[in-house]
Design a protein around this ligand. Structure first.
Ligand code: LMR
Length: 394
């Protein structure tokens, strides 16, 4: 049986981390996978997370099972973080999942269960795992134009034109903030236009929000999602604590559904739990227990928000530093988009050959579509990166 298998294709992001580890060059620079690094190049455990971890170590009395939905206190806290104050809040239900990837898959399976003919519209480009996850669930995937390669911003006209043909059998997957891989975010007026289209044509919005707090702020980054949650009857949300709590390896996320009524949302939650039982049964506990401990303590919540603000501030400073270093070298503002982008990533618009040259000649690891993780850069390496970019862009 196993001899029938053809070799697996390498994941374009995860394979970079392995190649980086094996690279012996002293000057190498990892701008591949979306992981935040401090000015020493480390990915530290946040102080609020450390404190919560200590509390848990001291107070936890059992490692017995929690339940199919994970911790309900965590689910409530995650729902509060995204939806509090919206109309959809009282019509929502949440399930703790293994990372946002687990949430994406559970929601994809739910869509297939409810309506196998569903087409999921994904931005072009999008997070590399969106299409595989949706297709693995049996759904059809279609792309909507998103990124203008010249302005390096969202091509809102083309996006809205395409979405105007999405209807009741369609689900439109949107990035809540900090678009992966481009860094170009949807502006408030275009969230409003999407909202109007959803209501007029009946498609279901599905928001993947994996970087809340990394763009403009914890509240600001949820504004697009909240606008939709205030108006649409049904909506799906996948969220993650990997980045904003720095809990990457703990696989901590949530799937949230908004239904026409609380009863419908509750029913959808029941079906997700059934799907989870047949997939992984229960989500891992540790990361969610940490998040629950933080979000149910005023003191730890404040500490966490302060740390998150500092991370965001540093990414913004790195963006400004790289834009200025490039402006100093080119004498123009063609790289200003880097400081206008939001979150961890920027798509530079380089060709595959230029990305390969960054790797071969400079030891700089970027994703093949020319996505760089700005949060992987350190202050002292900005000039090195700027020189390399100028050299390959020639
Ligand atoms: C990324 O896009 O770098 C991260 O979200 C890691 C992943 O899951 O691919």
């Amino acid at each position: 049986m196993l001899d029938l298998l053809s070799p697996a294709q390498q994941d374009p992001i995860l394979s970079l981390s392995i190649a980086f580890r094996e690279d012996n060059r002293a000057e190498k620079m990892d701008l591949g996978i979306g992981v935040y690094k401090d000015s020493q190049g480390n990915t530290p455990i946040m102080q609020a997370v450390k404190a919560a971890q200590q509390q848990l170590a001291d107070s936890q009395t059992t490692k017995s099972y929690v339940g199919l939905a994970g911790s309900e206190a965590y689910n409530q806290a995650m729902t509060n973080l995204l939806l509090k104050g919206t109309d959809g809040f009282s019509r929502s239900a949440a399930v703790q999942t293994p990372g946002a990837s687990g949430a994406l898959r559970m929601l994809a399976d739910l869509m297939y269960l409810a309506k196998p003919i569903t087409t999921v519209w994904i931005s072009d480009p999008s997070y590399v795992n969106h299409k595989p996850v949706m297709e693995a669930a049996g759904l059809t995937v279609k792309f909507y134009p998103y990124f203008n390669a010249t302005t390096k911003q969202v091509d809102a006209d083309a996006m809205l034109d395409a979405l105007a043909s999405a209807g009741p059998d369609d689900v439109v997957l949107l990035h809540g903030c900090c678009h992966n891989p481009t860094g170009a975010d949807i502006r408030p007026e275009h969230w409003q236009a999407i909202n109007e289209l959803a209501q007029k044509n009946g498609f279901t919005p599905f928001v993947d929000i994996a970087y809340q707090g990394f763009g403009e702020g914890l509240e600001e980054d949820a504004n697009g999602l909240r606008l939709l949650a205030d108006s649409v009857e049904e909506m799906l949300i996948a969220t993650s604590c990997s980045k904003n709590f720095g809990l990457y390896r703990e696989r901590t996320g949530a799937a949230i559904v908004i239904g026409k009524s609380a009863k419908e949302a509750g029913n959808a939650k029941g079906r997700i739990l059934q799907l989870a039982r047949a997939t992984y049964t229960m989500p891992p506990d540790h990361g969610a227990a940490i998040v629950e401990t933080i979000l149910t303590s005023d003191e730890l919540t404040k500490q966490w928000k302060d740390e998150l603000d500092a991370m965001r501030g540093r990414i913004i400073t790195l963006r400004e530093g790289l834009s200025s270093a490039l402006a100093a070298r080119t004498g123009d503002n063609r790289f200003d988009f880097i400081k206008e982008h939001k979150g961890m990533f920027s798509m530079l618009g380089l060709t595959q050959e230029q990305v390969a040259k960054l790797h071969d000649d400079f030891g700089i690891y970027a994703v093949g579509d020319s996505r760089i993780n700005v949060a992987g850069l350190t202050e002292t390496r900005i000039d090195y990166l700027a020189d390399a970019l100028i050299a390959v862009a020639k």
